[in-house]
Design a protein around this ligand. Structure first.
Ligand code: HEC
Length: 323
């Protein structure tokens, strides 16, 4: 690099330029643009390298998380309720751990390939503390962040719910499905660094606020606020919807869930329940289950949906896209 710049500022030493003749303007231009390209390339390489280093340092950051302990029931009723929650909270999503818990690989083009763990193998000997660390804190057994798993949406999950979900996963027969390790594309690292999505969820979780007391289930704003965290991954931290930063357009545009004109102002609980149960909007449009996971959200009980609606209606109205 420096050599090239030197040769450009002292053309007499350049082999292409005879000492007595001035280089033609064409050659000069060529040389200048060559230098320009080299500089741009170098800057690009340096910033790529810098971004890569910033991203890998995020990847190797160590998190200290206190061991949680909670009961993991083994009776059939708890396992059945655990199955409902495993589905309703999105764990079984067709893009993720699936109903059999065996997981899958999700090819995401230039973003990489995501391996949603085979829970029946990977977590076979997990203690309650291991489960809490990975689901609620986004931290794996090595103490670094899990990748892609939306733990930030589950960091408020109660001991009761997590216990029931683990009860279901523990009841599953072992699935023999080998999954390759994650492949993280450079684009995914860039979008993460730009704040588009959390590739390393542990880096965005307030670990001191995770093990809060369990909210009492019921038709209350508080319980609704607890349930509403599941919607934030797509509808935004403030639930005001709008395009998901960094997401491909096929993921759709989540609706504003605050009581704004562009959102849920004027909705009734019946209309809200109808969307979550059937995917039919008040105007009669059928929404796409691949964008908005209503078939799993449909497993919420009437009281859960009621609590969620109370909470959403209690939010300050915000324009769409305030995220
Ligand atoms: C995986 C991403 C994702 C999650 C998680 C998610 N949504 Fe959505 N949601 C969407 C998308 C995308 C749309 C827009 C779909 C459309 O317009 O076809 C949407 C639309 C909606 C609609 C409006 C339908 C309309 O246009 O009238 C409601 C209501 C809704 N979501 C509620 C929720 C609630 C409540 C939760 C949490 C319990 C939730 N969503 C979780 C992605 C998501």
């Amino acid at each position: 690099m420096t050599d090239e710049v030197k040769s450009a500022t002292t053309p007499t030493t350049h082999p292409a330029a005879a000492p007595t003749t001035r280089p033609s303007s064409g050659k000069k231009w060529l040389r200048r643009s060559g230098i320009g390209v080299a500089v741009v390339l170098a800057v690009l390489l340096l910033s790529l390298g810098g971004a890569y280093a910033a991203s890998t340092s995020k990847e190797s950051t160590h998190y200290e998380v206190a061991d949680a302990s909670f009961e993991i029931p083994t009776d059939a009723a708890s396992i059945a309720e655990g199955h409902r929650l495993y589905t309703a909270r999105g764990c079984s999503s067709p893009d993720c751990h699936l109903d059999d818990g065996g997981g899958r690989v999700l090819e995401m083009g230039p973003l990489g390939a995501l391996s949603a763990s085979n829970l029946t193998v990977h977590c076979a000997d997990f203690t309650a503390a291991d489960w809490s660390r990975s689901v609620r804190h986004g931290v794996n057994r090595e103490g670094t962040s899990v990748r892609f798993m939306p733990s930030q949406d589950f960091s408020g999950m109660s001991d009761r719910e997590l216990g029931l979900i683990v009860a279901y996963v523990r009841s599953l027969p072992r699935v023999d499905r080998e999954l390759p390790p994650h492949q993280i594309g450079m684009l995914a690292r860039f979008i993460d660094l730009a704040g588009g999505f959390a590739l390393f969820p542990a880096s965005v979780i307030d670990h001191s606020a995770v093990d809060d007391p369990d909210p009492e289930p019921g038709r209350t704003v508080e319980y609704g606020a607890y349930l509403g965290r599941v919607c934030m991954g797509c509808h935004g931290e403030h639930l005001s919807g709008g395009p998901i930063p960094g997401a491909p357009p096929e993921m759709g545009t989540p609706l504003n869930l605050t009581p704004d004109e562009s959102g849920l102002a004027g909705w009734t609980e019946e209309q809200f329940r109808e969307v979550l149960r059937t995917g039919r909007t008040p105007s009669g449009r059928q929404i796409d289950a691949r964008q908005m996971p209503y078939p799993t959200l449909a497993l919420m009980t009437d009281d859960e949906i009621g609590a969620l609606f109370l909470y959403l209606q209690s939010l300050p109205p915000m324009p769409e896209g305030s995220r």
